[in-house]
Design a protein around this ligand. Structure first.
Ligand code: SER
Length: 336
């Protein structure tokens, strides 16, 4: 019998699909998944899926009535490039929905007399560096440095980090009796690369797009300069980090927001690895100035030592292993 009921929003997205796969191997979870879109057929039977729009408040009320969640992975969001095309709509999706979800989680925590764990994927987009010189000279950034986001996506992620922390530590602080609150935990992800799915609407997408295009024999025109460098990790590490943080004992967590990372790659590094696996790959570089500026404002690397010391985080795939053992092999099999 499953012991824990878990909700995954944004479940049909890249991380959502991989998280359902991982959690469904552990039979202690009853998984409720939700997305605007249905799940792909390969995930059938692994969760109870609800197709619906979280902007429809009735849907959150219905979830609240029907289920008592122990953990919520609130992944639903629009990524940075999409958000820049319609910032107001992105704000509604990335922040208004999050606050409605936090409200539901805190109500459920109070009803159950126990904090619901609210796991939130944040991003390196919360950082904002003023210029390229600053970026090049900086050591890996800790969680509290240069949080000056330049995009609506970054602003909304930073706000949700703060408001999630508030719901855990300040919510109803003036009440006569401090209520049970929720247990908010956030991971700041670098660019994520999956062998099985391609992201859509992100600005770190040049890495995964390049390698997936090569596997399909397609020319790829990269929208950033060869030298631009940001941190990345592969999907198995991203999903492991979510599970590790969700399962970490509360006493050991000295903060609510943690950086995680694995390897720092330039676009040229991605091209070199892609060519190792696909020697015929055709890759050209034609920087798109506005998207280039967004990537230039993100750090070349982040410091994840707090996650390492507080909950034992360690990426299993460095750049070499990510490419050789995970990406190239699986992408080839995926498209063959
Ligand atoms: N992958 C995200 C994006 O590009 C950043 O975390 O929007």
């Amino acid at each position: 019998m499953p012991e824990r009921t878990v909700l995954i929003t944004g479940a049909s997205g890249e991380i959502g699909q991989a998280l359902i796969e991982a959690l469904s191997e552990d039979h202690q979870y009853r998984i409720i998944s939700l997305d605007l879109k249905p799940l792909p057929g390969k995930l059938e039977g692994k969760s109870t899926h609800i197709t619906g729009n979280l902007l429809d408040k009735g849907l959150i009320e219905q979830l609240d009535k029907e289920y008592s969640f122990n953990q919520i992975f609130h992944l639903a969001a629009v990524l940075s490039t999409t958000a820049e095309h319609n910032p107001y709509q992105a704000h509604k999706i990335n922040t208004c929905i999050t606050i409605d979800m936090l409200e539901m989680a805190v109500r459920q925590s109070q009803r159950g007399g126990k904090p619901v764990k609210f796991i939130f994927p944040s991003s390196i987009a919360v950082y904002g560096l003023p210029d390229l010189e600053t970026k090049i000279d900086l050591p890996p950034l800790t969680e509290n440095q240069w949080t000056e986001p330049k995009t609506m996506y970054g602003c909304s992620k930073l706000y949700c980090e703060k408001v999630g922390t508030y719901y855990s530590e300040g919510y109803q602080q003036l009440a006569e009796e401090i209520p049970v609150r929720l247990d908010f935990r956030a991971i700041r992800f670098p660019g994520i690369v999956s062998a099985f799915t391609v992201p859509s609407g992100g600005t770190s997408d040049f890495g995964p797009e390049m390698i997936h295009a090569a596997a399909q024999g397609k020319h790829y025109e990269c929208f950033v300069r060869e030298d631009v460098r940001i941190p990345f990790m592969v999907m198995p590490d991203a999903v492991r980090s979510l599970q590790m943080l969700a399962n970490a004992p509360r006493e050991g967590l000295k903060q609510r927001v943690y950086n995680v990372t694995s390897f720092s790659f330039s676009a040229a590094d991605f091209a070199a690895f892609t060519k190792q696996g696909f020697p015929q790959a055709e890759i050209s570089f034609k920087p798109d100035p506005p998207r280039q500026a967004i990537v230039d404002s993100w750090p070349a690397d982040v410091d994840d030592s707090a996650a390492r010391s507080d909950w034992g985080w360690e990426a299993l795939y460095d750049g070499e292993r990510a490419c050789q053992e995970y990406l190239l092999k699986n992408i080839k099999a995926h498209y063959s």
